[in-house]
Write a protein that binds this ligand. Sequence first.
Ligand SMILES: [Ca+2]
Length: 422
Amino acid sequence: MTKFGKIFPTSDERVDENTRTRRPPSPADRRSALGSEVATKGLISFIFLLGIVILLTIVTAFFFRDRIFRVFYEPTITRVQEGGSKESITEIIADNLQIPWEIAFLPDGDLLVTERSGTLKRIGKEGRVYTIEGVKHVGEGGLLGMALHPRFRDNRLVYLYLTTATGNGLKNRVERYRLEDNRLSEKKVIIDNIPGAAYHDGGRIAFGGDGYLYITTGDASNAEFAQNIDSLAGKILRLKDDGSVPDDNPFTSTGSAQAAAVYSYGHRNSQGLVWDDRGRLWATEHGRSGILSGFDELNLIEKGKNYGWPIIEGDEKKEGMETPLAQSGPDETWAPSSIAFWNGSFFFGGLRGESLYEAKIIGEKQISLKVHFRKEFGRIRAVVLGPDGFLYITTSNTDGRGNPKVNDDKIIRLNPLIFREP
Ligand SMILES: [Ca+2]
């Protein structure tokens, strides 16, 4: 038989047709014909209805795609196990702090912690409280980030990021001090006139492997600043340890002193910086706020690149702009702050998300997300890998947006082995 055999009946089929007995239709035949007509109409209605149901399902799925996506993508959740092992998993290192923002480990084992109201506390053998002059604590501004010089053992230099009130309104700046004999001295301004506001002051500072100081700044509630290379707001800045500009910063040839300090731009409010085990820089970033929240980001930061705020959000793409490698979607809010890297994963604190998030890199640019300690400690600000290999986190429940627990705020030490895959 050719492949057309089914279209043109075979001789056997024609014989069957011709030899079929013909007789007048009986009442039973008519009932049967009527029945089959009703059945056919019923079938057509059924197919029609089925079509409508399928169409409605597709339309509904499209509009609720983020919610449906989350059902399948619901991150795994780790909680502290109740019982005998709890003490070794989490340990409170300090409590009764007021909005701690950053912690740093001194070579002698003592701990430094900034409090947003303007105090720098030394915890450990040499307890001490330093009041930082000129700090203006308003809204999200105040004494924020801190970094020790990479050669702190030799030069004892501490860097602080703080908000100040000037004749020109709120401004942020980075100052440097020498911490010696339990005294702060030799104050030097590293960079100033970073636009400030009650909201979106950035504030994380960290030294990279290149020896340069990286500084996150917020858009100071003025979204257009983020795309303006000549504004220090909504950027990640990069400076030498004395405040001068590295020759290979991406916008040094523009002739603008502000642009020369810029490393990346188009940021809304980044509060977290860390380098992974391949030396790549990553930053967390707060997405839109207000009634519409969400679209919080984790970005791989590269020199001179534009991270899109306020032009693109979430997974949106645009020529010349970077889409985050992970983002929270429109309905979930992390409000991510500080970030640490341990064993192939990023750990970042969620303020509104009240969780410790773990983002694991899978392959080149894929991320899987886990949520740890959801609502157990409240709002989490700083996440730092200590010299002892433990993760240290700070709560931020006294910042006016949380529900303080007994003796908040705290510094809590976590044994990272609990995050290992079983
Ligand atoms: Ca972005």
